[in-house]
Design a protein around this ligand. Sequence first.
Ligand SMILES: Cc1ncc(COP(=O)(O)O)c(C=O)c1O
Length: 478
Amino acid sequence: MACGSFNYSFFANSVGKEMCEKRKTGNIAKVATCSLAVQGNTSTTAKPVVEVPADQNSTFINLGRSSTKRRFETHRCQETIEEIIGNGKFGRFGGKFVPETLITCLNMLEAEFRSVLHDVQFQAELATALRDYVGRETPLYYAQRLTEHYKSKSCSGEGPEIYLKREDLNHGGAHKMNNAIAQAMIARRMGRTRVVAATGAGQHGVATAAACAKLSLECTVFMGTKDIEKQSSNVLLMKLLGAQVKSVAGNFKDATSEAFRNWVNDLETSYYLTGTVVGPHPCPSMVREFQSVIGKETRKQALEKWGGEPDVLVACVGSGSNALGLFHEFIDDEDVRLIGVEGAGIGLDSGHHSATLTRGEVGVYHGAMSYLLQDHEGQIVGPHSIGVGLEYPGVSPELSFLKDSGRAEFHTATDQEALDAYRLLCRLEGIFPALEACHALAFLDKLCPTLRSGTKVVVNCSGRGDKDAAIVFNSKLT
Ligand SMILES: Cc1ncc(COP(=O)(O)O)c(C=O)c1O
């Protein structure tokens, strides 16, 4: 199946293996040894595009380079820079559906993205920021009591082993910081002085405001009035971090449109810092690359903890950045099940949900083709979820492709199930997860009884739930 220049070789595994071999033996043109976070293959005959200065090794080897011997075991195989960037197409999805005036700007952004992937200095600075500022690597935590909980519910007393990828422990409280810091660095490198962003749950807003404070960039965050009300603690943080928070009637989709408009009026000095894997090319590829550190670390940590790969990966899906961040590393590993969980809101048939992949139809929104929540006339239908960060009517073009190809499966969890999952994790593990992440956790109820004993399940705990504590506390227990 054609898919641009992307490495979706799981359709023909032998082709995938051959590609990987070629990369290992240096028969493929460019090897992105400086690609974010995991560096490798100097133990092979491959010629790196760039040499890593010896004194920067410690930042590069941060992930998955614990010994020369293990470099290939700890990483799928190196992607070429062209594969990382891609051509913006994921099968029929993706693209660059924008007015002509924006094309130059997006082309400049793509050129800059390409350039930072080649730039040893940039990569070294980013690796240092991820380690010392963001706090990576995040733990792969064995949730023992949660595991026991599901074992105790089964007749045999057996069940899967559950691990949490603790993205909630990142500075700022969510996976959003992985991308925000990297893109703020790109904005500075492009000579932009002002950053514009849109946020739903406020986590991307907080991450962007913090990164801008650190890099001395002016920051304006657009946020829907409804979300400002629901996620007021994050609004305070953004303001304390020096950002201007502009309220927009509506929710995240309306804030995104307004942020776009604001950016378009000031293309010379402003940088639009997209928080997730949607929008026109190169935004989805760029955010996915900056989030793929989650999966790369998971591979390395799984190898250290149980000497293998995870069997099942579970992540919530709003627009798709935490899910792709975890999945991308494992797309070629056919044995690893990839499960995305969307918000079923108050029920899939109620019309009040955010299950874009499960219930949407293909269309174009915010510059790209993907599944969309729309009516029969093609008008956008407003999404709903108790996890505010899941409320987006579109979704990642890459996840749309993974759905169509059958490589990833998508399920849903209701608001109530997410609330129950929040309380359960608090009581069993002393961890309060973001309501968005609770959708992934809630799906364990359905998943665990179907898995054989000992199956290794990794759930992406994409953020912390301080922002949601009042919502959960005040909601009625069922
Ligand atoms: C903690 C958390 N998880 C998940 C999401 C959903 O976004 P995405 O699907 O891009 O990971 C958000 C969005 O704000 C979030 O704040």
